[in-house]
Design a protein around this ligand. Sequence first.
Ligand code: HEC
Length: 244
Amino acid sequence: MKSLLASVSLLLLALSVTAQQTVSSVKYKFAVKVVNAIKNGNTDLTVLVDPQLEDDAKAQIVNSMLNTAEMIKSVGSPSMLKIINVLEYKDKNTGQPVLLVPVMMGSKIYTIHIHNPVEADGKWYVGGRVNFVSSEREKALTTGRKIYMAKCFSCHGKYAEGGVGPNLTDDYWKHAASNEDIYRVISDGKKGTVMMAFKNYMSKDEIRDVMLYLSMLQHQRIKKGKSPEGDKHALLRDLYINTK
Ligand code: HEC
């Protein structure tokens, strides 16, 4: 199983993608349906596959979904798997979209990649392989979440949807026009507000891990977010995909 995990991580290294796009609600629902079918393991997975593909290609995709199901079982109990978000990127090499579905099992985060979702006759299907990813990135996300839940959650909400502090998952920022600005706010705080400086309580890597976690939560739909505050800047979008 270890070698399977390693090869999946290698696949990730080979994946080069362009900026994140906001995922439409039909694709969001589609991704949730695919992951739930894999997780429950009791549905005929072929019905999820693009019916217009050749049999060989269909079989490969179904195989990749079965592999994903095996990987889920190998790291935890599938019934505990929770979908956190669905994000969409474009594969630079093939031009095809890839849906990234970060999931939680226990206290750990993993990512399921769904390559090339396609529409046929008004329905969405899987048109490319499905991968289960458990790499350094997922380790950093797991750490980032742990720190976030200990130090930020009380003011910014469980899914960073906002509370006393602003929503950190939308495209509006009061104090940041770049990712580095966000780093500085976390490190140095904002004088005159309850947003304190964390530099004496968190290492640089820990701040980066929290930012990675926030990147993964962009446009989360689990909770309704607090209304936008500040200026429009699409920040933190690509940390998640650019981290190996
Ligand atoms: C005690 C409450 C509190 C805690 C804890 C807290 N924040 Fe904040 N945070 C705020 C408030 C309030 C603001 C907005 C300040 C203002 O109004 O200018 C803010 C602003 C921010 C901003 C800038 C948002 C923007 O729109 O520009 C970021 C980024 C941020 N916090 C991240 C974090 C992170 C990461 C943590 C945990 C390490 C954290 N905060 C912990 C209350 C908090």
